[in-house]
Design a protein around this ligand. Structure first.
Ligand code: G2I
Length: 462
């Protein structure tokens, strides 16, 4: 099924509100009914849409969070995972010779259980190295063998299980000169060729990438990366791809993104968008979220347009698991799902660029909406959620209802009290989330069974 969103505005309820106000009647009941709409999230997971386009869609993940709703979405929507931190040198070898593979192993096992690829991240970087390494004083020969052993150990451990490695991360300055790092300063520029060669020896099947940020458009930095890849290829050094991280700012997708992807493809390497997020000044509002959807859509479309753009990965799929707010004060909301795991317009932007069809709900002039979405679905069950959001109105309590069309049966709900009688479901607020402020929202979730099909019902807010 193709993803779609539908909505209906009951104009009578807007009239009712007007009448109530004009006649001086207590407006509470009418206000509660104002601006009722319904909408639902995409049925077709992003990973299926991407597969139909010959693309892989991924997300960075935190291993400890891969349970519950976070795990359900990571498993259902994406077919590639990148450990956000778990495979970095400082994570896997905090003390020299003492290894901790727990989180990395967990992510690889999760990926295998969900038929997903893993992008290994990252082997030679200047950040998140263990202090024993950065504080040591090493000869070039020692540094070289430390890096060789690290790559041999880590790549060897996951041999056959990693689709692609970000072998070298962030080697350039903004002006295209080489960044001064432990590796560059100690080993010279050939640390890059050496790292790639060692990685190839440890896992001949893994695709080997150089990954950097601010290399999405055609600029001095991306041209330096281009020239490096070209010379590595000419020298016969194993290099299979370039990673464009794509930590972008709202409204600033480079106009040369597709052209830049294409020029790398024309060099004979794959391209991946490896760390996509699009940050905005907080608070988010509907205008910014719509711009963000357009930005996500245009980045995805640029990848779709170039055959050799093989993977598009978001750097965390939920705003509750994003590095942005901790790094850029006052900025956030950078990912396709909000903190409560509700898909944002950005999610639909990605889906649309991957060929999903969605219908945009008509603009509401003010009111409260209830949005039903299937968060994840498995053999006979699914987790759903309903988000009630108000703009230009508020609620002092709420109740939503819908009728299941295909025999679905709710077994459990949280953050609401739900009852089902036949096909009719009615959910009312819990004692602690009855009020929805103007500009605010409340989300509740539920588990239910399904068989045959699981069509999304029309939800009524009352
Ligand atoms: O900085 C964004 C990304 C840029 N490209 C390379 C990526 O590897 C990098 O990822 C981020 C992680 O998402 C953050 O989670 O790398 C940061 C470090 O440069 C990570 O932040 C670190 C915090 O600085 C630590 O305080 C924290 O202990 O995450 C650690 C684990 O949560």
């Amino acid at each position: 099924m193709s993803p779609s969103r539908s909505s209906s505005v009951r104009s009578t309820s807007l009239r009712a509100r007007l009448v109530a106000v004009l006649t001086g009647v207590t407006a509470v009941g009418a206000l509660l009914a104002a601006g009722m709409t319904s909408a639902h999230a995409a049925d077709t997971p992003l990973r299926d849409l991407a597969a139909a386009k010959g693309k892989i869609i991924g997300t960075a993940v935190t291993g400890s969070k891969l349970t519950g709703t976070y795990g359900d979405i990571a498993g259902a929507q994406f077919n590639s995972l990148t450990p956000g931190n778990a495979m970095k040198w400082g994570s896997v070898e905090p003390t020299q010779g003492t290894f901790n593979w727990t989180e990395a192993d967990q992510i690889v096992a999760f990926a295998q259980a969900h038929n997903q690829q893993v992008r290994g991240h990252t082997l030679a970087w200047h950040n998140q190295n263990p202090s024993w390494l950065t504080n040591g004083s090493w000869t070039s020969a020692q540094l070289s063998s430390l890096l060789q052993n690290h790559i041999g150990t880590e790549v060897g451990r996951y041999r056959g299980k990693i689709a692609a490695w970000d072998v070298v991360n962030e080697p350039f300055n903004e002006d295209g000169t080489y960044r001064s790092t432990l590796w560059y300063n100690g080993l010279g520029v050939d640390y890059i060729a050496s790292a790639l060669t060692w990685a190839r020896a440890a896992d001949p099947a893994a695709k080997l990438y150089i990954n950097d940020y601010n290399v999405e458009g055609v600029n001095a930095k991306s041209t330096a990366l281009y020239n490096l890849v070209k010379s590595l290829k000419e020298r016969g050094v194993p290099i299979d791809g370039v990673g464009l991280q794509a930590h972008l700012i709202l409204g600033q997708v480079p106009s040369t993104l597709q052209q830049n992807i294409q020029r790398f493809a024309d060099l004979g390497v794959d391209v991946a968008i490896t760390e996509l997020d699009i940050r905005m000044a907080l608070p988010a509002d509907s205008t910014k979220l719509a711009q963000q959807a357009a930005d996500y859509k245009s980045v995805t479309a640029a990848c779709v347009a170039v055959t050799r753009c093989v993977n598009l990965t978001v750097w965390g799929f939920t705003d509750s698991d994003s590095w942005v707010p901790g790094t850029f004060s006052g900025y956030g909301a950078a990912t396709p799902y909000d903190e409560n795991y509700a898909p944002k317009p950005a999610y639909y932007g990605i889906a649309e660029a991957l060929g999903g069809t969605t219908t945009t709900p008509p603009p509401t002039t003010g009111g409260c909406t209830a949005t039903y979405s299937v968060v994840s679905q498995w053999d006979a069950g699914f987790t759903g959620q309903v988000k009630i959001a108000c703009s230009g109105a508020s609620l002092s309590s709420w109740k939503v209802g819908w009728t299941y069309g295909a025999g679905q049966q709710i077994s459990q709900a949280w953050n609401a009290t739900c009852t089902q009688s036949g096909a009719a479901v009615s959910c009312a607020n819990a004692s602690y989330n009855e009020a929805v402020a103007d500009g605010g929202s409340v989300t509740f979730g539920f588990n239910a069974s399904w068989s045959g099909s699981n069509p999304v019902p029309t939800v009524t807010l009352r």
